[in-house]
Design a protein around this ligand. Structure first.
Ligand SMILES: Cc1ncc(COP(=O)(O)O)c(C=O)c1O
Length: 434
């Protein structure tokens, strides 16, 4: 912005409604002026603690100086190049990313968004395995492009006609509200058994891939219980299915480990990364096993956009990888996550409408219920209290109707966590009965 604009916030909001397509419903009336660390400042100067990390991208805080340096460096080198023309920074980023993964994950491709990462990961797995059928999980989100929406089992997939054929959903491992009315661990993962039996009844060929988020975040911060991923891995191995993990929200240190799959003792065949990798800039990646990469290449795999292998974004990625390595080593997401989680658990004990806290590291969820006995979902309470928090200077996000996603930058301070918990408690007091 060359000059400060004299327009008032209401004027700008009217202009937004006139000039911008409402691509996802109405726009928020909070206009962002600037952001730094864990704080977003509105146009009227109000400061908000951003416990959403933007769109889960500002994992190490907003406006990191490392990102400014990376962009400035790219102007001394090359900001953009043809996707066919590689530069040293692209090769080094691919090497550094591959080195973060256990064998046999070894091949990297650099992309722009998480939706693209879903498309590329699934296309490579399908071509390598010589089939197209795919399993997703109910309540999962993998993006809005056509192929990603086809494996997204949330209402947002609706509206543009038939989804890809050959895509099946298995029940969500949502233990707080088990879709089968079972209890963990005595259930023996009946959600997997029932789901795969239904897929077997529906499929007309072999299944190539199963895609899942380590924590089903947009679907309600559902973390599958211990042993679930081991069971999925076994099923995939027995059936020759490639296991694709979408680490868009969990990757690069948010859950405490570099990648969330590490906590579950499995190695996937394909990993999709985005969000934290760009720290707010458009950078995503897919990491593949040698076998999937070679199989797809043999079948003539093709995917190309104008912005693959951008030197500027590779410099951004190198800065973010270095931040992630540092923060995983010093355990930031674990220590700050424990502080936040224990405060949220206290709110669950204290307030009847706060029904459950779950998640890992600094990707946490608070589920709202009407009362402690019926545990009925309380979406209006979740949305109303989100607004109360906002008016008291705290940003959280309601996902899947009645769950708050609480995911501050992992660089959040103790004082910021305590302040946010105090605001949440004040908000909850406003709905305390009697
Ligand atoms: C798990 C997951 N996968 C994929 C995506 C899509 O990423 P993008 O919005 O960058 O296309 C998202 C975005 O929220 C996500 O959370």
């Amino acid at each position: 912005m060359p000059d400060p604009s004299p327009a008032t916030t209401p004027e700008l909001l009217t202009r937004a409604d006139t000039s911008l397509f409402h691509h996802a419903g109405p726009f928020s009336d909070l206009l962002v002026e600037r952001a730094s660390g864990c704080v977003v400042v509105g146009r009227d100067g109000t400061e908000y603690l951003d416990f959403t990390s933007g769109q889960l991208c500002a994992t190490f805080g907003h406006n990191r100086s490392e990102l400014r340096d990376a962009i400035m460096d790219s102007f001394d080198r090359a900001v953009h190049s043809s996707s066919h023309l590689l530069s040293e920074e692209v090769i080094v980023l691919a090497e550094q990313l591959a080195a973060l993964f256990p064998d046999p994950l070894a091949k990297v491709t650099l992309l722009t968004t998480g939706s693209e990462a879903t498309e590329v990961g699934l296309k490579a797995a399908r071509m390598a395995r010589g089939s197209w059928e795919t399993i997703g999980v109910n309540r999962s989100y993998h993006g809005h492009t056509a192929g990603a929406a086809a494996v997204t089992f949330l209402p947002r997939r609706r509206g543009s006609g038939p989804a890809q054929p050959g895509v099946h959903a298995i029940p969500a491992p949502y233990c707080f509200r088990c879709p089968l009315g079972a209890s963990y661990p005595s259930c023996g993962f009946s959600c997997v058994d029932v789901g795969l039996a239904a897929v077997d009844a529906q499929r007309t060929s072999e299944v190539a891939a199963l895609i899942i988020e380590p924590i089903l975040s947009t679907g309600g911060l559902i973390e599958p219980p211990d042993g679930y991923f081991v069971r999925l891995r076994q099923e995939c191995d027995e059936r020759g299915i490639a296991l694709v993990l979408d680490e868009a929200q969990t990757g690069l240190g948010r859950t405490g480990d570099m990648f969330a799959f590490e906590a579950h003792g499995i190695v996937p065949d394909v990993v999709a990364l985005s969000k934290s990798l760009g720290g707010g800039f458009p950078l995503a990646a897919v990491v593949l096993t040698d076998e999937i990469a070679a199989g797809a290449e043999e079948q003539g795999f093709r995917f190309l956009t104008s912005h693959m292998n951008e030197p500027s974004m590779a410099l951004i990625g190198l800065a973010m990888v270095s931040l992630a390595v540092h923060h995983v080593a010093i355990g930031t997401a674990r220590t700050q996550g424990e502080r936040l989680r224990s405060g949220l658990a206290h709110l669950v004990d204290e307030f009847e409408v706060a029904g459950d806290v779950r998640g890992r590291g600094l990707l946490l969820g608070l589920e709202f219920v009407t009362d402690a006995e019926s545990l009925q979902p309380a979406p209006e309470v979740a949305r109303r209290l989100e607004q109360v928090c906002r008016h008291r200077g705290l940003l959280v996000q309601t996902v899947s109707e009645n769950v708050w996603r609480i995911a501050p930058p992992i660089t959040v301070s103790d004082a910021e966590i305590d302040q946010a918990l105090a605001v949440m408690a004040e908000a909850l007091e406003t709905v305390r009965p009697g």
